[in-house]
Design a protein around this ligand. Sequence first.
Ligand code: NAD
Ligand code: ZN
Ligand code: ZN
Length: 403
Amino acid sequence: MKANCWYDQYDVRVEDVPDPKILDPRDAVVKITSTAICGSDLHLYDGYIPTMEKGDILGHEFMGEVVETGPQVKNLKRGDRVVVPFPISCGDCFFCKRQLFSLCENSNPNAAVAEKLWGHSPCGIFGYSHSLGGYAGGQAQYARVPFADVGPMKIENDLPDEQVLFLSDILPTGYMAAENCNIEPGDTVAVWGCGPVGQFAIKSAYLLGAERVIAIDRFPERLRMASEKAGAETINYEETSTLKTLNEMTGGRGPDSCIDAVGMEAHSCGIVGIYDRVKQATMSETERPQALREAILACRKGGTVSVPGVYGGLADKIPLGAIVNKALTVKSGQTHVHRYMRPLLERIEKGEIDPSFVITHTMSLDDAPKGYEIFQKKQDECIKIVLKPWANGLLEHDAKNGA
Ligand code: NAD
Ligand code: ZN
Ligand code: ZN
């Protein structure tokens, strides 16, 4: 089969690789009809996540058709259409029983590596380094799905892939980020980052009762989408001071909750940006946490800072004093996708949200290297790319549906 493989920083290649096979009685093999490139994939592409090996198959947002099931998978059969959640979770352990699926303790065979970094290991994740299990990902024509009796959700309506694909990750991620804010009626929520996760965090904050959502980014097309499609007020942080503007917009009090939907590769202007880049280059800091710093400083006293943005290691100059002295709550996590898939599918079916609005590009899997490049460089107003593994290069890489 064809798969998009990681080779090095800024080097991914579509190659012929062996088809996946059932290895465990709880596995299924899925023929992938649609897959996507995530902001999290950029952390791999940009070389910030250790324990990647040459030839690793990327991708953790995918859906398709079941072609084979192991003998213990009773809930699925050949031909079923499924969306696959990115965390690999057993369904039976201490954490899965508490619906904390991304913390599953039975799905990362390389837990020891993650334990050295973080004390304990999260779950295994498709296509996301050997420290998170070394699983082959879903930017491919087929994928082996472990614990297929627990993860994949059957789609029994005729909604197109584009409307349900993002149940695999970014829609639940935006939703959990907003849910973690414990939004109360009348609340103002600020969201750093207007990538796909930020867009869904904005939408979800409104679904959960926020009165105002203020979104922060610097790319006009992303700010436009946040405003026109997700309904946020916007701040372009290159044109104005985010902290000052947020204070002015909230009568000096600050937003009730602040969501960092940027993560470890934040862009920043001025001295602090240079500081982070130098420290990151010399490996004395693994992150550039500028959005997180601002979210903490901006948040009102007693408020919540919610962090869906991915961080991998150690960050510098985090204003801990503000967390303590403003009595802030900080919540984060890889998303417990399984627990949100069905309720969010119902919201899509009812027409409360149509997640396909974030898609700007549809490309053939063959064009994945080009896709990574334009997504990483934010070229061609690219916000979200869907890859079609069976399109044989027929799709034009710029088949935009218009943001
Ligand atoms: P993306 O790269 O498309 O979007 C990031 C956005 O942040 C960009 O629009 C960028 O311009 C903006 N940004 C950069 N620096 C900023 C700053 N200082 N202030 C404000 N905005 C800034 O990525 P995405 O797909 O939307 O993902 C966002 C984050 O969420 C990534 O870190 C990704 O790894 C993470 N993520 C987490 C989970 C999870 O389970 N927790 C799941 C999916 C994605
Ligand atoms: Zn993702
Ligand atoms: Zn488990």
